[in-house]
Write a protein that binds this ligand. Structure first.
Ligand SMILES: NC(=O)C1=CN([C@@H]2O[C@H](COP(=O)(O)OP(=O)(O)OC[C@H]3O[C@@H](n4cnc5c(N)ncnc54)[C@H](O)[C@@H]3O)[C@@H](O)[C@H]2O)C=CC1
Ligand SMILES: O=C(O)C(=O)Cc1ccc(O)cc1
Length: 305
């Protein structure tokens, strides 16, 4: 593949930035990639493992001359980083981010960017519970969606170029507005993470009663919860603090349904439970039939046509 941006700067060198670096390098999508992380330890690790062509000692130095700057820091740090790099940005450059929340990031970053710099927020719907510069891998984005969230007045050519980069890294792309993005993610990602954190916390409390049985006999469902609940605490604190409204809306509905199920269990309403589980099972089957579960084994897929 050919170079899409001559110079790319990655600010924050964790899971997402390192995966982007390896994906861009593998496919030859960027000329030089510079990087900066706040902690000296992270910068040292990056230099040691060859993460970025040049690791800089300041964010301003990293973005100097860059055609694309991608903010890969926790959502709560985006505004301060944007303020720091703003004077060093090249006119005509594109600034993007990979934050899990979009409305708050747009509000925090947008006002700092000078005229003539294009802002194109984005969010790869791909990740793991691991973090830090050693955790990335080139395949992370393959067949996963990256949501592009153009802001008012976004330059069409700048949006198309960023989408081309994500597609060349293996991602599928879709565009949507920030409010819609934040609600979709509250349903599909943020609230499920909160539920996993809660369930693991409950199990941890119970462990004091049952010694190690909770972990010893844990089945796949609970193990998945423990994986998700091992995700980076700073990142997820910021997600809930910044996607407050959408998360509270979804949580409100969740607790209503939970109470209805709790009541059905207490009153022995098996029909309600059976109907509910039948409906939710059909949702899972719908996802697999539509071919949208890339992790599902092929034998579970229904052939179309
Ligand atoms: N982890 C995941 O599964 C996904 C994360 N995201 C989003 O991507 C962004 C980055 O997440 P990860 O790569 O997972 O995080 P990470 O924890 O692996 O890396 C974050 C990096 O940012 C650096 N950093 C923190 N504050 C900074 C600051 N003020 N200035 C400069 N560097 C700073 C840290 O030192 C670290 O190198 C977050 O906004 C997150 O919401 C998006 C999709 C998936
Ligand atoms: O590891 C998982 O299960 C995830 O859900 C990964 C993930 C985490 C945060 C995002 O904003 C997008 C994807």
């Amino acid at each position: 593949m050919s170079v899409i941006y001559d110079r790319v700067a990655l600010i924050g060198l964790g899971l997402i930035a390192s995966s982007m670096f390896w994906a861009m390098k593998r496919a030859g999508l960027a000329g030089e990639v510079t990087g900066f992380a706040r902690s000296e330890e992270t910068r040292d690790v990056a230099r040691e493992i060859g993460l970025c062509d040049r690791v800089c000692d300041s964010a301003a130095e990293a973005v100097e001359g860059a055609d694309l700057v991608v903010l890969c820091v926790p959502v709560g740090a985006m505004g301060a980083v944007a303020e720091e790099i703003a004077p060093a940005l090249k006119p005509g450059a594109t600034v993007s981010d990979v934050g899990s929340v979009k409305k708050a990031v747009i509000e925090a970053v947008g006002p700092h960017l000078p005229q003539g710099v294009h802002f194109v927020p984005a969010h790869p719907m791909a990740g793991t519970e691991h973090s830090g510069p050693r955790s990335g891998f080139a395949e992370l984005f393959e067949n996963k969606y990256t949501l592009i969230v153009p802001v008012e007045g976004s330059d069409r050519a700048a949006v198309d170029r960023l989408e081309a980069l994500w597609q060349a890294m293996g991602a599928k792309t879709d565009e949507m507005d920030a409010d819609h993005h934040d609600l979709v993610c509250a349903v599909t990602s943020h609230t499920p993470h909160l539920i996993a954190y809660t369930m693991v916390g409950v199990a941890d409390d119970l462990r004091r009663v049952t010694d190690s049985e909770v972990i010893k006999y844990s089945a796949a469902g609970f193990r998945d919860f423990t994986r998700i609940a091992a995700s980076d605490p700073t990142m997820w604190r910021d997600v809930f603090l910044t996607n407050k409204d959408a998360t509270l809306e979804v949580l409100g509905r969740f607790t209503e349904e939970l109470f209805a199920l709790q009541r059905a269990i207490r009153t022995g309403d098996g029909d309600l439970l059976h109907d509910y589980f039948t409906r939710t099972r059909s949702i899972r089957r719908g996802i697999i039939e539509a071919g949208q579960d890339t992790d599902a084994p092929d034998f579970g897929r229904v052939k179309k046509g």
